[in-house]
Design a protein. Structure first.
Length: 237
């Protein structure tokens, strides 16, 4: 109603942009197109990153040695900033081990299980012919657990990502190639900033060691992953 009354506003949010945007024929988006894009936005920017953060906390609670290394890295950064210092881009770049932990989390529990692509030409794969125009679903979970590229694939091992890391197109939580997720660096900064502030302030333990994981479509702990928090004082409980 505000847009109808005042027209194009100087300050607009994403929804108003979509309501006002038109194509070369001056046609605006339908309500179905707008609602679809809003749902995709919520999934891509919220569900995926919140899922990754949740499972990083889960794995840190399960592997004290990994937690200790993350804590050491983050406390060194925190001490260099001082009590009132804000994180900067250079600080994010120093969180190499923490990002290895995030990558190993996304390998074992990818926030997106895969997506669809359309064959633009006839493809022969593993003895099967996929005709041009057919829809295909590429699977992240199966790729990440291929022992050819990830020895002992069920083991949580952040060191896999040291050096050059896995071979191209074997680790694909953000996809790959020209259609790789454009929000990769934003997600990395968001996840690492969150983990920094949690790790440097708290230690935690899982309330339910046997909590199951559901997929809807991102992995979600069935009980919401309840934890017990303890405050840290100068890097120790």
């Amino acid at each position: 109603m505000e847009l109808e009354q005042k027209g194009d506003l100087a300050t607009r949010d994403l929804l108003s942009h979509m309501l006002l945007a038109s194509d070369e024929n001056c046609d605006v988006k339908s309500e179905m197109e707008i609602s679809t894009q809003v749902i995709c936005l919520l999934f891509a920017t919220h569900h995926t990153t919140s899922s990754v953060i949740t499972f990083i906390l889960k794995y840190l609670a399960e592997f004290p040695d990994v937690y200790s290394k993350v804590l050491k890295e983050q406390m060194e950064i925190a001490k260099s900033k001082g009590p009132e210092g804000f994180l900067k881009w250079d600080d994010i770049q120093k969180m190499k081990y923490t990002w290895n932990v995030a990558n190993e989390t996304m390998r074992l529990t990818p926030p997106v299980q895969g997506t669809f692509r359309e064959a633009i030409t006839d493809i022969t794969y593993a003895g099967f012919t996929i005709p041009r125009g057919w829809k295909m679903h590429w699977n992240v979970n199966t790729t990440h657990r291929d022992p050819k590229y990830f020895p002992d694939p069920e083991k949580f091992n952040p060191s896999r990502f040291e050096g050059k890391g896995p071979q191209p197109f074997t680790f694909v939580p953000f996809g790959g190639g020209p259609r790789m997720c454009p929000g990769r660096e934003y997600a990395r900064a968001q996840v690492l900033a969150f983990i920094h502030h949690v790790v440097t302030r708290f230690k935690w333990e899982k309330v339910d060691p046997c909590e199951k994981v559901a997929y809807n479509p991102s992995p979600i702990p069935s009980k919401g992953f309840p934890i017990r928090l303890q405050p840290l004082q100068n890097g120790s409980i």
